[in-house]
Design a protein around this ligand. Sequence first.
Ligand SMILES: Nc1ncnc2c1ncn2[C@@H]1O[C@H](COP(=O)(O)OP(=O)(O)O)[C@@H](O)[C@H]1O
Ligand SMILES: [Mg+2]
Length: 352
Amino acid sequence: MSISSAPSSSRGSSSAKPGVEPCWACGTKVRVSGMNPLDFAVCPNCGERVLVPTDLDQFRLTRFLGQGAMGRVYLAVDQTLNREVAVKVLRRAYFSSPKMWGQLEKEAKAAGRVMHPRVVQVYRLGKSDNRPYIVMELVNHPTLETLMKAGPISLDAIRRIAVDCMEGLRAAEATGLVHGDVKPANILVDERNHAKIADFGLARFIHREQSVERWGTPYYMAPEKAKQEQEDFRSDLYSLGATIFHVMAGRAPFEGKTGDEVIELALRDPTPYLSDFRKDLPKVFCKIVYKMMEKNPDDRFASYDEAIEALRGGRPIPETRRGVRSPFWARVRSFLVESPAESGKNPRRAAR
Ligand SMILES: Nc1ncnc2c1ncn2[C@@H]1O[C@H](COP(=O)(O)OP(=O)(O)O)[C@@H](O)[C@H]1O
Ligand SMILES: [Mg+2]
């Protein structure tokens, strides 16, 4: 199978000059002649990246969509079916050994079996000139990470996003799949705040091949995973809880200068209360987030159904040892912790 530059222009305009590509954002003609497949030029007019149109087997890659820990994601057209897809071109280094490739095939097969509206569908795993790639459903929506950087997210919005993620994760769990890397960058959110979760199973490759320092801050990592103990769906539940905490508090549950420091704090310190950072949120919501992030998986929700029902307000949250907060410690904490909500610094209060 091969990888090659596709003829300009990829949009099929008969008047396009060879080696010149229209910028996808502003239409300015940008010179790409002499460049290699997957290279890009910067548009002199708007500064967007203009990709050298590249064919990976039947997929014509036309636009750079984003950079991740494992490779780059591109908008592409499946020329056999004539439909748009997203193609993640993975770093060769991860999958150079037959063992790693075999493992990736296994993971991709498992992920491909999950078909659910709340899960980004995996269509295919391929290899072109020894470069592995994953073809998936194109989701033209920003990630939760982008949204949380752009501005505050309302309680209703995060509740809907959380329920959608849980529904997607529940569908995966039904096939025996744990996500392993639930985080804002893996949640794609549409304009009505419906979410889809991406990248099932892929996280384990990064974790295996890179040190914690290199793959990013492990803000969302469940303690049992940090200790390299057995993971199950409750580890994903923790990561989703930490994600919600970050979105609503404007800071991660544990923050440190390095990934190692974050992990150390997450293992050592008690789980923080969202209500200490957001006095305006309903107590019951903060309690749900806390329960998702309990240190001991046995103290978290026993199923996605239970967590979804609690989020929808249908059932009281089951109490656990650590979930119950004594009034004395509540008073001590509110004395010690300066609440950004109280001091008027909280950036996430307005509704989205
Ligand atoms: N299925 C998809 N459809 C459209 N864009 C996507 C898709 N998957 C990922 N992206 C975009 O590509 C970026 C990088 O994705 P990814 O490689 O998965 O990053 P990460 O390692 O942070 O999860 C994302 O932030 C998102 O903007
Ligand atoms: Mg991702």
